[in-house]
Ligand binder design. Structure first.
Ligand SMILES: Nc1ncnc2c1ncn2[C@@H]1O[C@H](COP(=O)(O)OP(=O)(O)OP(=O)(O)O)[C@@H](O)[C@H]1O
Length: 250
């Protein structure tokens, strides 16, 4: 089943036409990597999927994006609820200046959950899913800011998971991390895909091959090739893809 279906998506910032006629289907419980040179529109695309671009006044779009059967830009869409269903992890870990516990509980509380036993259970479950529980169990009430960058990123992933999203968007989640923390996040992505549909922007092509089943290659706001990762990197259909993955540009 497809979790996300994008039909004829065009986006602009003012008159600047960024994404051009994007069509994509994302099957549930898979990882899709978005690759392409800097400025080609990967982040803009990711941010259309939970309407984060709405925060930019000059943003406008045409086309449709469905999450299951719901058109996310349709009438009567509750954007707060959409962002609960489509969570996001950013390039730089961005914990709130609060305790580890409160960071993970944050989304539950803003959605009106008050049952502290329920919250404590969900916090523990989310930290375990994000493979950080063992490292923070004894200091849940310490500031999340006191953790290393890699630990902070896993707490941010736990914060996203705590809302039980269907989709997790990751915008270069390892680009600020050392190789060991990167491997931990990649292992985590491989585990999370059993339950979540994940889209990850990455500049690291080895990372795309390690974590994703599908890869979309973006160039100048267009999708040049959408393919199984194993095919795209070994036997690309398009010449431009081959030029990019062999380092001839970008
Ligand atoms: N808030 C904004 N206002 C105006 N233009 C923007 C805004 N955000 C992005 N753009 C423009 O949209 C284009 C695509 O940017 P985007 O960040 O999506 O590219 P990217 O492929 O993710 O790049 P990178 O790999 O460097 O992060 C760029 O030309 C950029 O200048």
């Amino acid at each position: 089943m497809n979790r996300i279906t994008v039909k004829n998506l065009n986006t602009k910032f003012g008159d600047n036409h960024i994404l051009k006629n994007i069509n994509m289907q994302v099957p549930e419980n898979t990882v899709t990597a978005l690759i392409g040179p800097s400025g080609c529109g990967k982040s803009t695309f990711l941010r259309t999927l939970n309407r984060m671009n709405d925060l930019i006044p000059s943003f406008n779009h045409t086309g449709e994006i469905y999450l299951d059967d719901t058109e996310i830009y349709g009438k009567n869409i509750d954007v707060v609820n959409l962002r609960k269903r489509v969570g996001m992890v950013f390039q730089k870990a961005n914990p709130f200046p609060k305790s580890i516990f409160d960071n993970v509980a944050y989304g539950l509380r803003i959605h009106g959950i008050e049952d502290e036993d329920f919250i404590a259970q969900r916090v523990e479950e989310s930290l375990k899913s994000a493979a950080i529980w063992d490292e923070v169990e004894s200091k849940l009430y310490d500031s999340a800011m006191s953790l290393s960058g890699g630990q902070q990123q896993r707490v941010c992933i736990a914060r996203t998971i705590a809302n039980k999203p269907e989709v997790i968007l990751m915008d270069e989640p390892c680009s600020a991390l050392d190789p060991i923390s990167t491997i931990k996040i990649e292992d985590l992505i491989n585990r999370l895909k059993k339950e979540y549909t994940i889209l990850i922007v990455t500049h690291n092509m080895q990372q795309a091959t390690r974590v994703s089943k599908y890869t979309s290659f973006f160039l100048n706001g267009e999708i040049i090739e959408n393919n199984l990762t194993s095919e795209l990197f070994i036997n690309p259909r398009e010449e431009k893809t081959e030029e990019y993955i062999t380092g001839r540009f970008g």
